[in-house]
Design a protein around this ligand. Structure first.
Ligand code: T3D
Length: 261
């Protein structure tokens, strides 16, 4: 795998670190492919029970590498193709992964970088980090699910203002608006994110995957449909080894040892 993404697996937690720090971890093709391979590994390997996504250096991710979009070198590239080839499959991989994905936003998250962070399940951000819908500054439209997630979470007024103005959103405001889980002191970010990742990786993975599925389905369901879905998912969860272990551990007054199944 390319060194544009550092990949480390420990205690069930797959840590993926975007690694082009001199470009604030902007995406070139190699980084697109490496990140996708990392998430694919999380899908494929049962030893992976949670993912932690972060960035190397002072930024999280500055979106697409604009050096690869220099109009003096290539006229009118088909951006729809890059979206179809790279960004859309990545967002689908993150959302469909039946394991928790934590994002530790260590610095600026701009363009697709902001929306990839927002697509993760639990987002912690360093207090100094900013989220920028940078697209309108260069005449583009927010992608990587940004128009969907901003509108869903923040509503039209805030979604439109952020996207139309490209004004930076601080981590604190992002947390107070419910766009991310928590803003934490810069020095605490990685230890908090690692601790959370390891805790989730030791959890009842099958059940956690069902929780993610249910909550993601809610936006497109009526209450009746969601009640039916909860019944079906609870039926599956109730047959899992981790449910039996969870109940036994409670009755025995000890900590559960979940296998993830
Ligand atoms: O093209 C397609 O396939 C369609 C898909 C598009 C998806 C997208 O993400 S479009 C949006 C692309 N991203 C941007 O427009 C953001 C561009 N970057 C910035 O606006 C600023 O860099 C930031 C606000 C993110 C950070 O500002 P600042 O002042 O903290 O840092 P800086 O000095 O601007 O950047 C530091 C270095 O990173 C600098 O390189 P240098 O001068 O030290 O050699 C800068 O050029 C480089 N860098 C930052 N962002 C990008 C980048 N290089 C290439 N592409 C970038 N996106």
């Amino acid at each position: 795998m390319s060194d544009t993404v550092k990949v480390e697996l420990a205690d069930g937690l797959l840590r993926l670190t975007l690694n082009r720090p001199d470009k604030l971890n902007a995406f070139n093709d190699a980084m697109h492919l490496a990140l996708r391979a990392g998430f694919q590994r999380a899908h494929d390997e049962s030893e992976v029970r949670a993912v932690l996504l972060t960035g190397a250096g002072r930024g999280f991710c500055a979106g697409q590498d604009l050096g690869d979009r220099d109009p003096r070198k290539e006229m009118a590239p088909d951006l729809g193709r890059t979206i179809e080839t790279f960004y859309n499959p990545l967002i689908r991989l993150i959302r469909s992964l039946d394991k928790p994905v934590i994002c530790a936003v260590n610095g600026v998250a701009a363009g697709a970088g902001a929306n990839i962070a927002i697509a993760c399940d639990i987002v912690l951000a360093a207090r100094s980090a900013k989220f920028i819908q940078a697209f309108s500054k260069i005449g583009l439209v927010p992608d990587s699910g940004g128009t969907w997630s901003l509108a869903q979470v923040l509503g039209e007024a805030r979604a439109k203002a952020l996207a139309l103005t490209a004004e930076p959103l601080t981590a604190e405001t992002a947390a107070s608006w419910g766009l991310i889980w928590r803003a934490v002191d810069d020095a605490e970010l990685m230890s908090e994110a690692e601790a959370l990742g390891r805790r989730l990786a030791a959890g009842p993975t099958f059940g956690l995957g069902l929780i993610k599925q249910a909550i993601q389905a809610a936006a497109g369901n009526t209450l009746d449909q969601q009640l039916d879905l909860e019944r079906d998912l609870q039926r599956q969860a109730g047959r899992s080894a981790d449910y039996a272990e969870g109940v036994l551990a409670f009755l025995d007054k000890r900590q559960p040892k979940f296998s993830g199944r």
